[in-house]
Design a protein around this ligand. Structure first.
Ligand code: AMP
Ligand code: ZN
Length: 470
C-alpha cells in the first residue's frame, strides 16, 4: 500500500510500526460554530483511509481531537454572554450529528483540549528542563526552535529563512521571544478568559501542544499516520513535530497525510465573500451521502471545487449505484436457488477483477476517484448480467460485493426507507414516556434510532422539535 508522505514528498510503501495495527491521529475542528464543508473534507477523506485499513484487516486506533479552548470560542462566548464551555459543548454535539449524517465513524477517542491540561503541563515542563523551551518575563512559555535542529523538515523550510521571514512580523504580546520563529506553549490569561494554574503563570495552552500531548497519551510516543488539511503543515504540524520529538526523543509520526483545500466556485471559501456553507446547510438540500460521494470523487491531494453542477453530478452518480443495488434486492426476493450458469461464472470472474481494480486504486495513495469508477463498472456488470432468471447465488454475490466496496467508501448502498411524520411523532411520544418513567437508557436509545434515520431532536421550552438532516 502506497501513501504519499508530506515528510519525504514521495509515495512510500506503508509499513506499520506494529504488525496488523494502525495508530492514526487526525487534527479535528475548533468548535465555535457548525462545521463547514471545508472541515468535512478531512473528516470524510481520513475516515475512508481508516475504513480501507479496516477492510484490509488492520486494527485501527483512530484519535481525533476537538479544540475546545481558543480565541474564537471565547469570542463567541462573550458575544452570547455564556461560558466558553457552553459554546464548545454545543458545537461538539452538532459536529457529531453532522459526522453521523456523513457516515463518518466516531473516532476511537475524541479527546478535548480542556480535559488534557495536566499532560500539557507535564510536556511543557519536560521541554523547559531539557532546554527546548523557556519562560519569558510575562510568564509566557515559548518553544525554542533553534534547539530543534530538524525544525522545518515537514514544510521543507529552512530555519534561517524562517527566522528572517518572521523578523518582519511583530506580534503584540510576544515581545519576550528570544527568536521570532519561537512559538507559544503556554500563555498568561486575559481578563474573562478560562485559565488554569501552572508553574509559570495562570493561563492557557497554545494551540499546538494539545495534539502532541493527546497523540502521546492515546497512541504512544510514535504513531503511524498523522493527518489534517494542508493548511496545517505549517506551522501547526511542524510545531507538533518539534514538541513531540524534543520531548520524547523519537520520531513522532512515520507518515504525514494532508488533504488539499475545498474551494467554492473556484474561490477560497470565506464568510465575507458570501461563499461559505456549513454541512448543516447542505443537509437541507442534499442527503449528506451526496456530499460524501462528491468529496471522494476527486483525489484527496487535488484541490476540489464545490459547485451546484458537481453536486448534481454526484447525486446522479450515487443514484445509479442505489438503483443498481435496489434492482438486486428485488431480484434476490424472486431469484431461484440453482447452480451458477456459465455466464454467471464469467460474471463472478469479472467482478473479481473489478475488486482487484478497486483495491489497486485505493492502495495507490487512496485514489478514491478510480475506486468509484470500479464500483460503477460493477454496477454496470450487474445491470447487464442479471434478470428474473438469475440464480440467487449470483444476485447475492453481486449485491454483497457492491455493498462491501461502498462500505469502504462510507457509502450506504441501500436506499433509505422513507420515514413518515407519524412514525416520528410516535417515537417522540415513546421517548417522552420513557423519560417520564426515568428510563433514560430507553429514551436515549430512541433518540439514537431517530438519529440513524436522519432525524435530529431538539428539546425546547415549547416541547420537542424535530428536523430531518438526511
Ligand atoms: P480548523 O477548525 O480550522 O482547525 O479546521 C479543521 C480541519 O479542517 C483542519 O484539518 C483543516 O485543515 C481543515 N480545513 C479547513 N478549511 C478547509 C478547506 N476549505 N478545505 C479543506 N480542508 C479544510
Ligand atoms: Zn493538531
Amino acid at each position: 500500500m502506497k501513501i504519499f508522505n508530506t515528510l519525504s514528498r514521495m509515495k512510500e510503501e506503508f509499513v506499520p510500526l506494529e504488525e496488523g495495527k494502525v495508530k492514526m491521529y487526525v487534527c479535528g475542528p475548533t468548535v465555535y460554530n457548525f462545521i463547514h464543508i471545508g472541515n468535512a473534507r478531512p473528516m470524510i477523506v481520513f475516515d475512508t483511509v481508516r475504513r480501507y485499513f479496516e477492510y484490509k484487516g488492520y486494527d485501527v486506533n483512530y484519535v481525533s481531537n476537538f479544540t475546545d479552548v481558543d480565541d474564537k470560542i471565547i469570542g463567541k462566548a462573550i458575544e452570547e454572554g455564556v461560558d466558553s464551555e457552553v459554546i464548545s459543548r454545543r458545537y461538539i454535539e452538532e459536529c457529531k450529528k453532522d459526522m453521523a449524517g456523513m457516515n463518518v465513524k466516531p473516532a476511537t477517542t475524541h479527546p478535548l483540549a480542556t480535559q488534557e491540561i495536566d499532560g500539557m503541563l507535564e510536556m511543557i515542563k519536560t521541554l523547559i528542563t531539557s532546554g527546548h523551551a523557556y519562560k519569558a518575563e510575562d510568564g509566557t512559555v515559548y518553544f525554542r526552535t533553534s534547539s530543534f535542529k530538524e525544525y522545518g523538515k515537514l514544510s521543507h523550510k529552512n530555519l534561517d529563512e524562517l527566522q528572517s521571514g518572521f523578523r518582519e512580523i511583530k506580534v503584540t504580546g510576544e515581545e519576550g521571544k528570544e527568536d521570532p520563529s519561537d512559538f507559544v506553549l503556554w500563555k498568561p490569561k486575559k481578563e474573562g478568559e478560562p485559565y488554569w494554574e501552572s508553574l509559570w503563570c495562570q493561563g492557557r495552552p497554545g494551540w499546538h501542544i494539545e495534539c502532541s500531548v493527546m497523540a502521546k497519551k492515546y497512541l504512544g510516543d510514535q504513531i503511524d499516520i498523522h493527518a489534517g488539511g494542508e493548511d496545517l503543515i505549517f506551522p501547526h504540524h511542524e510545531n507538533e513535530i518539534a514538541q513531540s520529538e524534543a520531548a520524547n526523543g523519537k520520531e513522532f509520526s512515520k507518515y504525514w497525510m494532508h488533504n488539499a483545500f475545498l474551494n467554492i466556485d473556484n474561490k477560497k471559501m470565506s464568510k465575507s465573500l458570501g461563499n461559505f456553507f456549513t454541512v448543516r446547510e447542505i443537509s437541507e438540500k442534499y442527503d449528506l451521502q451526496v456530499l460524501r460521494f462528491f468529496m471522494l470523487s476527486a483525489h484527496y491531494r487535488s484541490p476540489l471545487n464545490f459547485s451546484a453542477e458537481l453536486m448534481e453530478a454526484s447525486k446522479n452518480g450515487l443514484e445509479r449505484i442505489l438503483t443498481g443495488v435496489e434492482k438486486l434486492c428485488d431480484l434476490e426476493k424472486k431469484a431461484q436457488k440453482k447452480s451458477l450458469s456459465q455466464k454467471e461464472e464469467e460474471g463472478i470472474r469479472e467482478a473479481g477483477d473489478l475488486i482487484k481494480k478497486f483495491e489497486a486504486a485505493m492502495e495507490d495513495d487512496f485514489n478514491t476517484a478510480d475506486g468509484i469508477s470500479a464500483v460503477f463498472e460493477l454496477v454496470k456488470l450487474s445491470n447487464s448480467t442479471t434478470d428474473e432468471n438469475s440464480s440467487k447465488e449470483y444476485v447475492v454475490y453481486l449485491k454483497e460485493t457492491i455493498e462491501k466496496l461502498c462500505d469502504v467508501l462510507g457509502i450506504i448502498a441501500e436506499r433509505k426507507a422513507e420515514i413518515l411524520d407519524q412514525e416520528i411523532e410516535d417515537m417522540i411520544k415513546a421517548r417522552g414516556q420513557a423519560r417520564k418513567e426515568k428510563n433514560f437508557a430507553l429514551a436515549d436509545e430512541i433518540r439514537g434510532k431517530l438519529l440513524d434515520m436522519g432525524i435530529v431532536l431538539e428539546d425546547t421550552r415549547e416541547g420537542v422539535k424535530w428536523k430531518r438532516v438526511q
